[in-house]
Design a protein around this ligand. Structure first.
Ligand SMILES: Cc1cc2nc3c(=O)[nH]c(=O)nc-3n(C[C@H](O)[C@H](O)[C@H](O)COP(=O)(O)O)c2cc1C
Length: 147
């Protein structure tokens, strides 16, 4: 299975979350897992993957960071209904729209792809989030096995 994890991160929280998820996929013997910063991900190749995980922080008042907008539109424009997807993010409950960017991606991915699971983490991943990360990976792998 060919799995891409694509993320953006300004202060490192989302990168940390994506590193954890990437390692968990590898622990589950998924060797074909690649982690990309959004700036080095080829947007024209969504079709190359069996599954994709989007990782994003939230900006403004519940907004998708601007560097993630081309990826958002790529899902809308390419024929990827078969693609299994997951979306994760870090945010801060101080803001009224906690992890709003995850919700934005979730709604679009639900329409245009085979959305399996979402995960929101408050700022830096904590010990109690590891179990949630493990659950996320297991649900993604379950959906892949059903394919
Ligand atoms: C200007 C600004 C606006 C933000 N707006 C939101 C928001 O609307 N909702 C939210 O959950 N977090 C918001 N955050 C918090 C970040 O999403 C959070 O710190 C996140 O973990 C940063 O991820 P990163 O370390 O990967 O860059 C905002 C942070 C800043 C500085």
């Amino acid at each position: 299975m060919n799995i891409a994890l694509v993320y953006t991160s300004k202060t490192g929280n989302t990168k940390e979350l994506m590193d954890i998820l990437c390692n968990l996929f590898r622990e589950h013997h998924q060797q074909q897992v690649q982690l990309y910063h959004i700036n080095s991900f080829p947007l024209t190749r969504l079709d190359d993957y069996d599954a994709m995980i989007v990782g994003t922080y939230t900006w403004g008042s519940g907004d998708i960071p601007k560097e993630m907008t081309p990826l958002y539109h790529a899902f809308e424009q390419q024929n990827v209904k078969h693609l299994i997807t997951g979306v994760v993010g870090t945010g801060d409950r101080f803001y009224p729209n906690f992890c709003g960017a995850v919700d934005e991606f979730r709604d679009m991915l639900f329409v245009h792809t085979n959305l399996a699971v979402t995960l929101k983490v408050e700022l830096t991943p904590q010990t109690q989030d590891l179990e949630r990360c493990e659950k996320f990976v297991k649900l993604m792998l379950k959906r892949l096995q059903e394919k």
